[in-house]
Design a protein around this ligand. Structure first.
Ligand code: BGP
Length: 476
């Protein structure tokens, strides 16, 4: 008989501060780089920006009540650095600190374990203005000040800490995830320099959790996609391995071994992309080994051979929400070229739908790193529509999530230790690339154009489906 989900399994869902809170300049909050990046992007595309998002800042009690109704026993959210330190450093903002205490108290009172992300793309803009943010090593010191304050402040109520969200995706889409001055945008080495500073920040946060939180556990939330070879030709298989080393192991080896993946490092060095390290960095990375492996899994990827003469390019993305309109695939000359997997269907935004990939990575990663696993994001972005009877029939989302829950269960059956599932997203929120048009939530947020702050909450069909899944501990 197939082994089921363990008792006490963490069932919940995820959000991040700037994508859900709104109130971008209320309660003493300072601007974050996402407030600025999104404002510029929304002016170009007409998509919504982060100023209102889902107005969770004002609706958090209602939201937590809905999470409880779904049966959540955990909830992943992030703390907005610029809500705590409006200028990125200095003295904390009492109203911001109070907001997160109120939210955490509400969660605890309703039986939910908070799973807290320290950093989800939203660096205080003041630090960008002062020294170019993550580009400058100075940021590590300010991150430490922020992380020490937050971990200490919430240590009695928070056991699970996620340090930094999706470093791998930040490297790929750095001008979207960080505010980068136009004059710096041609210097691609900075992608990896930023990532190196984040690795130092990550290690510091893990150490702080170990120092300050009795029984606390810490790890990064990594955006992870297995890479399949386009064909079984050995050169394609090698290209897939190269892509796996540079896009996955480059991060995981730091989190679990404390050093950079060798082959990825050699490729970066040979191509003048490797970060500059200072004495003591490797020691620090070795001291910040993660306790668990938190993965954001949406899709698998595919790679093929490409000769050294090919032009380098970085990941493109699909902005239109019409299949096949992806703007290009990452190409690392002589190493790999990403491509479409002809075997898999995709979402409207060209993300390959692959539940088997989840079983595959869980089994592989548990064998390789032997740490508890959790999903901190997984979900289907779609143009949901509110029907005339006030309902949202998102059977496509139910199908996607059901297959991924089944895949997780199979991985558990084959021995992987999986401790939690927090799909993206608890409620509709601001997409990183498509405003509020691309939705992921179990709860529909109806933003009226006349009164955007209204943000009415409506239970989707997937809400009721997930309620049953949680109620039966994954058996439904
Ligand atoms: C992950 C991010 C989230 C989230 C999700 C969906 O990369 O951690 O913040 O937004 O992807 O992406 P998108 O909003 O671009 O559809």
């Amino acid at each position: 008989m197939e082994k089921g989900f363990p008792k006490g399994f963490l069932w919940g869902a995820a959000t991040s501060a700037y994508q859900v809170e709104g109130a971008a300049l209320e309660g003493g909050k300072g601007l974050s780089q996402q407030d600025v990046v999104n404002k510029e992007y929304s002016q170009k595309t007409g998509f919504a920006d982060a100023s209102i998002a889902s107005d969770h800042y004002h609706h958090y009690k209602e939201d937590v009540a809905l999470f409880k109704e779904m049966g959540f026993n955990c909830y992943r959210f992030s703390i907005g650095w610029s809500r705590i330190f409006p200028k990125g450093k200095g003295e904390p903002n009492p109203e911001g600190v109070k907001f997160y205490h109120d939210l955490i108290n509400e969660l605890k009172a309703n039986g939910m374990e908070p799973v807290v992300t320290l950093y989800h793309y939203d660096l205080p803009m003041a630090l960008v203005d002062e020294y170019d943010g993550w580009v400058n090593r100075e940021v590590v010191k300010d991150f430490e000040h922020y992380a020490r304050f937050v971990i200490n402040e919430f240590k009695d109520d928070v056991k699970y800490w996620l340090t930094i969200n999706e470093q791998s995706i930040i490297v790929q889409y750095w001008t979207q995830k960080c505010y980068i001055r136009p004059e710096l945008q041609d210097n691609n080495q900075l992608r990896y320099q930023i990532n190196h500073h984040m690795n130092l920040a990550h290690a510091i946060a893990v150490k702080l959790v170990h120092e300050l939180v009795p029984g606390g556990m810490a790890g990064a939330a990594l955006g992870y996609a297995p890479v399949y070879p386009l064909t079984s030709k050995p050169e394609d298989v090698m290209a897939a391995q190269n892509a796996h080393d540079l896009r996955n192991s480059y991060y995981l080896d730091v989190y679990f071994k404390g050093f950079y993946n060798k082959s990825a490092w050699i490729y970066l060095e040979e191509n003048n992309l490797a970060p500059i390290m200072e004495p003591g960095d490797e020691e620090l990375m070795k001291e910040g080994i993660s306790d668990f492996l938190a993965l954001n899994y949406y899709a698998s990827e595919c790679a093929k051979y490409c000769p050294e003469t090919t032009q380098r390019r970085w990941s493109g993305f699909n902005q239109s929400g019409k299949k096949g309109e992806i703007s290009g695939f990452e190409t690392q000359p002589g190493f790999y070229q990403m491509c479409k997997n002809p075997e898999l269907d995709t979402t409207d935004w060209d993300w390959a739908i692959d539940p088997t990939g989840l079983e595959y990575i869980f089994r592989d990663l548990y064998t390789r790193y032997n740490r508890p696993l959790m999903i901190t994001e997984n979900g289907l972005g779609a143009y949901d529509t509110l029907t005339e009877d006030g309902k949202v029939h998102d059977e496509y989302r139910i199908a996607y999530l059901r297959d991924h829950v089944k895949a997780m269960k199979k991985a558990i059956h084959y021995g992987a230790e999986v401790i939690g599932y927090m799909p993206w997203s608890a409620l509709d929120l601001l997409s990183t690339s498509n405003g509020v048009k691309k939705r992921y939530g179990f709860i529909y947020v109806d933003r009226s154009d006349d009164d955007p702050k209204q943000c009415t909450r409506i239970r989707k069909d997937s809400f009721y489906w997930y309620q049953k899944v949680i109620g039966s501990n994954g058996e439904d």
